[in-house]
Design a binder for this molecule. Sequence first.
Ligand code: ADP
Ligand code: ZN
Length: 620
Amino acid sequence: MERKHWLSIWYFVAAFVAITMIQYWMEARHSETIAYSEFKKLLVAKKVHDVSIGDGVISGKLTAEGLEGLLPAAKLQEMKKGGGGDHPFVTVAVNDPELVADLEKSGAAFGGVAQNKWLSTIISWVLPAVIFFALWSFFAKRMGQAQGGLLAIGKSKARVYLQKQTGVTFQDVAGIDEARDELMEVVDFLKNPERYRKLGGKIPKGVLIVGAPGTGKTLLAKAVAGEAGVPFLSLSGSEFVEMFVGVGAARVRDLFKQAEKMAPSIVFIDELDALGKARGFGSMGGHDEREQTLNQLLVEMDGFDTNSGVIILAATNRPEILDPALLRPGRFDRHVAIDRPDVKGRLAILKVHTRDVPLAEDANLEAVAGRTPGFAGADLANLVNEATLLAAKKDRPGVTMGDFEAALDRIVTGLEHKNRVMNPKEKEVVAYHEAGHALVAECRPSADRVTKISIIPRGIAALGYTQQAPTEDRYLLRKTELLERLDVLLGGRVAEELVFHDVSTGAQDDLQRATDMARHMVTQYGMSDALGLATYESPRNQTLLGVQQLPEARVYSESTAQGIDAEINRLLLEAKARVAATLNERRPSLEALAKLLLEKEVVDRAALERLFAPTAMAKS
Ligand code: ADP
Ligand code: ZN
C-alpha cells in the first residue's frame, strides 16, 4: 500500500514536469514583444509583413534590416542574437480604427488568425488535460487491479479468508498456557455442543483475545479451530474500514451467513480496534463507514443463536479504545489476555520453533531465552529463522550458539527502536522500582494483595508492572486507605531513589496517578483539614474510555487554588516520607525481591509469600 502511494505521487510529478516543459518550449519559440507604438512606426516604415490580427494581439514578422532608430537599442541587440532574417513579433492590440488603413497603405499582407492559435490552444490546454486523463485512468486501473478499486465497488479488498482446516494445534502454541487453557473450553464447546446444551449452559458467543502484536493471538485462534476440527473464517478489521459506505456492512452480513452455513465454525476478527473504535472517539465527526460496519457486526452478534455453533474470536492490542457496546454481555464478554512470555515461556516457544531445525551441540536455548526479555512469540520465531539462515549461509550442519547470537544482535537493534528491549542497567532500575511498589503494598494492611510482579516490558509506556487484586468489592474508601494507596503508588519512585540515589522517568505514570488521587482527596472528598469540607470540583464523568472532557470553569478563588496546590504537595511529601521509612526498614526484603525479579522476570503471589515467609512479613 505504501509503495502504491509513492507510485501515484510519481505520476503527478511526471505530469507536472511534462507540462512545465511544454510551456517552456512554447515560451522559447515566443516572438519578440514590442510596444504598439513601435509597431505603428515599423508599419509606416514598411518593415512589417505577414501580419495576423488576433484576439487582442497582433503578430507578424519584421524585416531584419534597417530597424535602427525604429526600435530601442536593447531590443535590437536581442534580435541580433536570435540570428538574421525575418523576426517574429507580437504586440498587444489597442483599439485603433486607423490600423487597417495603415496596413493597406504599407502593403503588408494581413489577415485574421486561424490555425496558428488553434495549435497553441491545443498544446497549452488540451494536451495537458489529455496527459492528466491518461495518467489518471492508468492509475485508476492499477488501483482497480490491486484492490477492487475505485470503480469496482463489489470487488472490495476486504476479504474473508476461509480455511477448512487450519492445521494448527495447541502443540504449536507455547508459553502462553493460561490463555491456551481458557480457550481449551471453547474447543470443548465446539466439539461437544450437546453436552452444554443439555444442561442449559450458555455457550459464549464472543471471546476477545487481548495482547501485544506478535504474541500469538492469531495463532491461538487458528489452534482453536484446528483442535476442534472446524472451519476458520477470518477477516481483518482494518481492511473493513472501506471507502464506500455499505460495503463493510454487507461483507459482515455475508461472513456470518457463510459461518452459519458451515457451523460449527470459528469467525476470527483481527484488529477489532480498527473497526470497533468507540464511536466518536479519536476522530472528529466520526467515520460513517466504520460505524455502519460496526453496527452490522453488533446486529449479527445479537441476531445469531448461540446454539448455532458459531463462535467469534477477536483480537486486539488496544482494548481500551473499543466501543463499550462490543464488550456487553452476549457479545465479546469473555476476555483472554496474552502477555509477552517470561523466560520459561520463551524457552518453550523456542523449542516449538526449533522442532525441525538441526541444532549444533553448543546451541543453548536456555541461554537464548534468558537473553530475550520482551520478545514476543513472533520475535522468537523470527530469531530462530534468522539464525537458521545464517547457519545455512555458512553451510553448517546445525545452528550454533554463534548464529543465535549474531541473529540476536541484529534483531535487538531493530526492537530497541520500538522500546521493547531493555539494557541490563534499565532492567535493574525497573526491578527495584516494581519491588518497591510490591513491598509497600505488602506492608500496608488495607492495600490490595499483590498478585503478580513483572519486569517484562509491555510496550513503550510500561516497563514493568505490579498487579494487585482487591480481596473484596469496595464501594467506600476510608482516608487511611487512600493514604495507603498513595504510599503504594510512590513505592517505586522512592525505591529507585533509595537504591540508586537517582531517579528515572519511569515513575511518570505513578506520579500522575498519585497527584490525581491527592487532588481528589483535597477537592472532592473533603479530606484536607486545611481546606475543610467544601468541595472544589465535581467528579468528572468517568467514561470507560477516558474520553477527554473540557475542563470545568474554576469556581474558587486564586488563594484557594494556592491552598489546594499546597495541600496536594503536603499529602505527597508526607506519603514519600512514610514510604522511605518503610523501605529503609525492610531494605533486605527489597533487595531480595529485586534480585528474584531480575532472575525470574515474573514473580507471582506464591513466590512472593515464599520469599517473605521467614521474615514474617505477611500482614494480618
Ligand atoms: P498476533 O496475531 O498476536 O499479532 P501471530 O499469532 O500472528 O501474532 O503470531 C505470529 C507468529 O509468531 C506465529 O505464526 C508463530 O509462528 C509465532 N508465535 C507467536 N506466538 C507464539 C507462541 N506463543 N508459540 C509459538 N509461536 C508463536
Ligand atoms: Zn511504578
